[in-house]
Structures are given as structure tokens and as C-alpha cells.
Design a protein around this ligand. Structure first.
Ligand code: BTN
Length: 325
């Protein structure tokens, strides 16, 4: 009932009378009062005024199931939400749920991870209380060869959500790091289970540094948080919600053609590598060139003195030759 109570108060944005709440939920005034008190204990500020009712004044920075469910405005993302105070990795859990038969759109969220995974077998520092760790599980009917483009779709969604919430520029470092002022605020790890012509499931794991005040020395040079860049703290559930609303929008565009043709322009507009000299760390043949944007398949176009090369995500890593980006 706490979730429903919160949803009603949230949607009303104004006072809702105790009587209306009783009728809506078919419960006694005491039951409503108890529910309100539980929400208050969880950190929600709720004003109670005689003859007017209850009004939600402020919400805590909580990722509890009731908070995530009541803030949800998406159409299909998060129809099933699993929240864990601590988990090994939200990606691992999402894969397990896919195998257990949960539908695409299932979301796994954690307050803390003790075996958070990064790209290229690295680990992802996942302290509690200040960041976002979440994974969306999909079961799309697409060609497995097109799945890697979803990671760029997710990057578009996160960068758009961050810009909307903070009002600051948030760029994309190809293929899928989100950066602010040249430092990374978000990493995305996409993993797939597939037959040669059939996708079993895809999990898109997103880690966003939101309210972190500092980073371990080894990564402080290249990692940052929204708080460190803007001086403001952000509500993590609100940011999550915005990311998934944006994702539904960009994902629909991707599904139309099963590639990024409808998104190339927008992606390139936020690509921090655009027209920069990049160093492509191809294990076979490293080279340098000028990044010219992405192709409709999400490859990075790099012009060298001799020729134009297309770089595929996953095969190589790209580094700006001046600084991190
Ligand atoms: C990167 O190396 O840039 C990708 C980092 C991805 C981290 C996120 S946090 C939520 C999800 N669960 C994981 O174990 N990893 C991803």
C-alpha cells in the first residue's frame, strides 16, 4: 500500500483528503495514517493539514522499490523492478532473471555492488548511497549482429537525461562513456546471450556517479560525479526514471531500422571525440586519425592521412591524444 499511497500523493502534487484515500484503497483512516507514518519514517516529508488532507512536500534520495515504482512513468521499462540493498552485480542478476523467464523490460537496481563489472574485464567501484547501479534486461527480436548498437542507444539516453536534469553539457565518448568537462560520469556494460541467429537476452548495465564527493586516487584523474561537476546533489530515482524514459524514445527509433540511421545526427552532436585527433589502440595495428562521427552501424569514422577507417566498438579502444577524452 505504501507504493500506491506514494503514487497517489505524487500524482496529485497537492493535498489529498484522508477520506479520498480511504475510499480509493478501501481501508480505514487508521490504515492510511499508518501508511503515511511509515513513509515519513522512510524520509518522505508529508504535510498533514486538517480539512485538507496530506501533501507530499519532499522525497528522500531513496532507491527503494516503492520509490522506484511510484516515480515510474515509462511505458514498458521497469514493469518488473528488482531492488537490492547489496548485490554482486546487477548485470549478473539480470541475466539470471532472463534465464528464469522474466520478460524483457525487467529492471535490476542496487544500492551497492560488491562485484560490479566494467568493460574489458575490469571491475566497477560500487560504493553505497551515492551512485546509480542498474541493469535493463531485454529480449528483443533482432539480429544478434545488431545488438552492440544498443550500447550507443543507452549512451544517448543517459547523456540526454543528464543534460535534462542538470542543464549542463554531458557528452558521449565513443562508444558509450558519458563525460562532463572531460571526465567520466557514467559507464555502460552491455552483455548478450545469443544463438547465431537469435538473441536470448541482452542486459544493459549502467553505472552513474551521481553524488560522489571523491574517488579513489587511481581513478580520480578520469572519473567524476554530477555533484563534483555541478556542486549540486541530485535525486537518483528521478535521474533513473529520466534515463529510462529517454531510452524508450531512442530504442523505438533503433527498432524502426535495427540500426542507428535515425540517431546518427543526434549522437554526433554530443560526441566529444568529434573532429578530435584520436589514437585507436588496435592490438594489430594502432593508428591515429581524426574522428569524423559514427556510421549508422555505430562504427567510429577515423580519417588518417592515407585513408578513412571504420572502427567497431568492442574491438579496439579509442583515446584522445590530449587528455582522457
Ligand atoms: C565501464 O567499464 O565503463 C562499464 C561500467 C558498467 C558499470 C555498471 S554498474 C551497473 C551494472 N552492473 C555491473 O556489474 N556493471 C554495470
Amino acid at each position: 500500500m505504501r507504493t500506491e499511497l506514494l503514487t497517489v500523493l505524487r500524482e496529485a502534487g497537492d493535498y489529498v483528503s484522508g477520506q479520498d484515500l480511504c475510499e480509493k484503497f478501501g481501508v480505514s483512516r487508521t490504515a492510511i495514517w499508518k501508511g503515511i507514518n511509515q513513509l515519513k519514517e522512510a524520509g518522505y516529508e508529508i504535510e498533514a493539514v486538517q480539512n485538507k488532507g496530506y501533501k507530499l512536500v519532499s522525497v528522500p534520495d531513496s532507491l527503494s522499490e516503492e520509490e522506484l515504482k511510484s516515480i515510474r512513468r515509462t511505458e514498458w521499462v521497469g514493469e518488473e523492478i528488482f531492488y537490492f540493498p547489496v548485490i554482486d552485480s546487477t548485470n549478473t542478476k539480470a541475466k539470471q532473471l532472463a534465464e528464469e523467464g522474466y520478460p524483457g523490460g525487467t529492471l535490476v537496481v542496487a544500492e551497492q555492488q560488491d562485484a560490479g563489472k566494467g568493460r574489458r574485464g575490469r571491475s566497477w567501484e560500487s560504493p553505497r548511497g551515492m551512485s546509480i547501479y542498474m541493469t535493463l534486461m531485454l529480449k528483443p527480436e533482432i539480429d544478434p549482429n545488431n545488438a552492440s548498437m544498443l550500447t550507443l542507444v543507452a549512451a544517448l539516453a543517459v547523456s540526454a537525461a543528464v543534460r535534462k536534469l542538470t542543464g549542463r553539457p554531458a557528452g558521449i565518448k565513443w562508444p558509450n562513456d558519458i563525460v562532463m568537462n572531460g571526465k567520466k560520469i557514467c559507464g555502460i556494460l552491455t552483455e548478450m546471450s545469443a544463438q547465431f541467429d537469435y538473441v536470448n537476452h541482452i542486459v544493459i548495465g549502467i553505472g552513474i556517479n551521481v553524488n560522489n564527493e571523491s574517488f579513489p586516487e587511481e581513478i580520480a584523474q578520469m572519473a567524476t560525479s554530477l555533484y563534483l561537476e555541478t556542486g549540486e546533489r541530485y535525486n537518483r530515482a528521478a535521474l533513473m526514471e529520466e534515463v529510462w524514459e529517454q531510452f524508450e524514445h531512442y530504442y523505438a527509433a533503433f527498432l524502426k531500422t535495427e540500426d542507428l540511421s535515425g540517431l546518427v545526427k543526434e549522437y554526433n552532436a554530443h560526441l566529444v571525440n568529434m573532429h578530435q585527433i584520436v589514437s585507436v589502440l588496435d592490438p594489430k595495428e594502432p593508428f591515429e586519425g581524426k574522428a569524423m562521427g559514427i556510421t549508422p552501424r555505430g562504427e567510429l569514422i577515423v580519417d588518417t592521412w592515407e585513408s578513412r577507417k571504420l572502427v567497431s566498438a568492442g574491438e579496439v579502444s579509442v583515446r584522445g591524444i590530449y587528455g582522457y577524452v
